[in-house]
Ligand binder design. Structure first.
Ligand SMILES: [Zn+2]
Length: 344
């Protein structure tokens, strides 16, 4: 397995050829500057002999059909293995769901990005590939962050692409972090990476990024990099800025960020969540409406049980609409421009 990786320098290919697990761990040196450790299928760590104090996790493929981030990460891994770039920060790459990637589907049995912070082991327990893998991924993140001394900056970018189009092509979800200010530096890093829109989430969740944010105090985000396309059909020119900034981050090149300026980014906060109360719940807009589409006050967004559900604010923008959820679950999140977010 080691020889296969040294020959091909294609970690994704090795992962997809062994999607369940690797036959043990292995490690090797790149020159005299980097220790590489492979902990499992889809799990590779670059450990510089000297690092600049950041512990960076880049995860992709938590949803198997979201291929652009997988290609982006594998490109960086290959550049590192070829020593075309040299890591100057500790960096952990995670290819989340190799079984689903091979399947060409978002999931095998269950949405993995609702299984973190221990949810994988709640009833009915570790019954499917996503639950088993989510538990392992948590353990790898824990090992990565806790195997060095405290006081370092922890970063986790969990990379996705979205099923629907978006008014803002690339956007990030900033996990709920009570008692901690949002990082203006992180927001400007994302903007420089082409991710010019940030949604401040409003409650605890069971996503991967919330896990790293809440459990390890990481600067963690779920990042949507555009729309889903099959493997090999992504226009990688749409990711030049993202690749460039991730590369600078890993190699500790100057980031050249401008000071935080709310006028240079689109910041949204949640104004409400609309839950489903009746089987006949339906939206009035087309099913393929784009994320962040805004509607004016009084507009009828949805109907259920003979009642109209109207826009209450001057304007409300919607994200992740889905009428086909069980009663009691969320159908859509309504947003307004972030006015009083604590950014520092
Ligand atoms: Zn996703």
């Amino acid at each position: 397995m080691l020889q296969a990786l040294l020959d091909s320098k294609d970690f994704l290919a090795l992962t997809l050829a062994n999607p369940h697990t690797f036959d043990g761990t292995f490690s090797f040196k790149l020159g005299d500057h980097t220790q590489v450790e492979v902990w499992d299928t889809g799990v590779i760590v670059f450990e510089p002999v000297h690092n600049e104090g950041k512990d960076i996790v880049l995860s992709c493929g938590v949803h198997g059909n979201e291929t652009a981030p997988i290609e982006l990460c594998n490109g960086l891994i290959t550049q590192l293995l070829q020593q075309k770039i040299i890591a100057k920060q500790r960096t952990l790459f995670l290819i989340g769901n190799p079984l689903a990637i091979n399947n060409g589907t978002r999931i095998i049995d269950e949405n993995m990005n609702r299984l973190f912070s221990g949810e994988h082991s709640n009833p009915p327990g570790l019954i499917n590939p996503e639950r088993i893998r989510a538990k392992k991924l948590e353990a790898y993140v824990d090992k990565f962050y806790t195997s060095v001394t405290d006081g370092r900056q922890r970063i986790h970018y969990d990379l996705h692409t979205a099923m629907r189009a978006s008014k803002h092509e690339k956007f990030a979800i900033y996990p709920y972090r009570p008692g901690r200010a949002f990082s203006g530096e992180q927001i400007m890093f994302l903007a420089a990476s082409g991710v010019d829109t940030v949604l401040f989430h409003h409650e605890p969740t069971t996503t991967f990024s919330y896990f790293s944010s809440e459990r390890y105090g990481a600067d963690a985000f779920t990042i949507e990099l555009g729309k889903v396309y099959p493997m090999g059909q992504n226009d990688m020119t749409r990711f030049i800025a993202t690749h460039e900034m991730f590369m600078r981050l890993i190699t500790a090149k100057p980031l050249e960020l401008t000071d935080f300026d709310a006028d240079k980014v689109n910041l949204y906060q949640v104004c409400r969540v609309i839950n489903k109360h009746a089987d006949d719940f339906e939206f009035t807009f087309a099913t393929d409406v784009e994320n962040f589409r805004s509607f004016p006050k009084g507009f009828v967004l949805a109907r259920e049980g003979g009642q109209d559900i109207k826009v209450e604010q001057e304007f409300e923008s919607i994200v992740f609409p889905n009428a086909k959820v069980p009663i009691g679950n969320r159908t859509v999140i309504c947003l307004i421009p972030a006015v009083n977010a604590h950014v520092r």
